[in-house]
Design a protein around this ligand. Structure first.
Ligand SMILES: *Cc1c(COP(=O)(O)O)cnc(C)c1O
Length: 411
């Protein structure tokens, strides 16, 4: 069959991949243990010779496996592994594929907790260099003989910077580097990192894919483009069978099984249901976000709006090249920094909360909250002004949001 659209594929996914009793939705499997009639089959699951078998829920259940298949379809990948959170997925990549003495080059514009993990890696003897990845020249200049991996976010949270992703992909390809792209803000609805030669794609399923703020999850997808045969950090035990699977094998065994950030079936189910409306939600909230971005940019009390689909965005050309819309993430700065908190308090609709891609619009002042622990120096390097306000645009009608912002800015 010809390749189908995102929503067609996802809403018919469970049927296509097989469900029990003809159930239209994949059931929630809560069993921790999986038993067998013949002990040989149990052994087969442990040794990987019985494909598609389960043994213990920390390594996956039929419900998480169904979600993994869906994420793989969404990203047009080779395979995926789900985790309890997006950070679980990111940490598993770093800790299973990098060793002491290795070097990681990362964008300096990343999610706060990802930046925090860089500190943990340095403590383990892994070198990390952060660069302004909006220009590939900065990434190329940072590459050393011991560099193994490059990490970027499609649209940086919260500053909305966009890396020179295609050129970085070409660089990684020629240098044999694992190219990890965190696709959380765009999601596979707006962008597939495979198009820029990413090796591994990260999605926080908590955000767009789940989409309702009621379940956490994360995923790593292997695009199938990286040659694991030539990667020195694959353990002997995982250098077996099809070399294209070696990276995923190691991340599942060392990252999921040993480190244990396992996604529960109940959350996998919630996320699967959310995924069915992801394309509709992202199109709708992106349109609202663009309207709001234009309104704020034209307002005299706003000095700066960071939104990729505004012509004023420094990487607007990348945004148009890569993404089909700008996403729900928008940040802005008021002319009067001291008025920032009172302004947020005057808003009636947005919820004053951290988090992204809920059905409700969420608003947060960035410096005193999610980037407080990072300190002033790191905030400056990441382009986070003291008055930066982050908005995750929800599904409210845009007229309601525009009216609310207008009244809050008026007084
Ligand atoms: C939220 C987020 C994460 C972490 O995801 P959790 O599911 O909250 O652990 C990682 N990367 C980006 C860009 C995010 O926005």
């Amino acid at each position: 069959m010809a390749t189908q659209g995102f929503t067609t594929t996802i809403v018919h996914g469970d049927k296509a991949f097989g469900t029990e009793h003809g159930a239209v939705h994949k059931p929630i499997h809560t069993s921790v243990q999986y038993g067998f009639d013949k002990v040989e089959d149990l052994i087969g699951v442990f040794q990987g010779t019985l494909k598609g078998g389960f043994n213990y829920a920390r390594q996956g259940t039929p419900t998480t496996a169904a979600l993994e298949t869906k994420v793989t379809k969404m990203e047009d990948g080779l395979g995926s592994i789900c985790f309890a959170t997006g950070m679980g997925a990111i940490t598993a990549i770093f800790l299973t594929l990098l060793r002491a003495g290795d070097h990681l080059v990362a964008s300096q514009f990343v999610f706060g907790n990802t930046n925090s993990i860089f500190g943990t890696l340095r403590g383990l003897g892994i070198e990390v260099t952060t660069v302004d990845a909006t220009d590939v020249a900065n990434v190329a200049a940072a590459v050393q003989p011991n560099t193994r991996m490059v990490f970027v976010e499609t649209i940086a949270n919260p500053g909305t910077q966009i890396p020179d992703m295609a050129a970085i992909g070409a660089l990684c390809k020629t240098q044999g580097l694992v190219y990890v792209v965190d696709n959380t803000i765009t999601s596979p609805v707006l962008f597939k990192p495979k198009a820029v030669d990413a090796s591994l794609v990260v999605n926080s399923l908590t955000k767009t894919i789940g989409g309702h703020g009621t379940a956490m999850g994360g995923a790593v997808t292997d695009t199938g483009l990286f040659d694991w045969n030539g990667y020195p950090n694959i353990f002997e035990a995982y250098r077996k069978g099809d070399a294209r699977q070696w990276g995923l094998q190691q991340i599942r065994k060392k990252g999921l099984r040993d480190m244990g950030a396992s996604l529960m079936s109940e959350h996998a189910h919630n996320i699967s249901v959310g995924a069915e409306t992801a394309a509709l939600r992202v199109a709708y909230s992106s349109a609202t976000a663009l309207e709001l971005a234009r309104f704020l940019e034209a307002h005299p009390k706003v000095v700066k709006v960071h939104y990729p689909m505004l012509e004023s965005h420094p990487q607007h050309a990348f945004a148009k090249q890569f993404f089909s819309a700008g996403s729900w993430l928008l940040s802005f700065e008021l002319a009067d920094v001291d008025a920032c908190l009172a302004f947020i308090n005057r808003l009636q609709i947005p919820v004053k909360a951290t988090g992204l891609a809920d059905t409700r619009t969420l608003i947060i002042p960035v410096a005193p909250t999610i980037f407080w622990e990072a300190g002033a120096e790191v905030r400056a390097k990441m382009g986070i002004a003291d008055g930066l306000i982050r908005l995750s645009v929800g599904l409210e009608e845009s007229a309601d949001l525009l009216a609310d912002f207008a009244q809050a800015l008026a007084s």
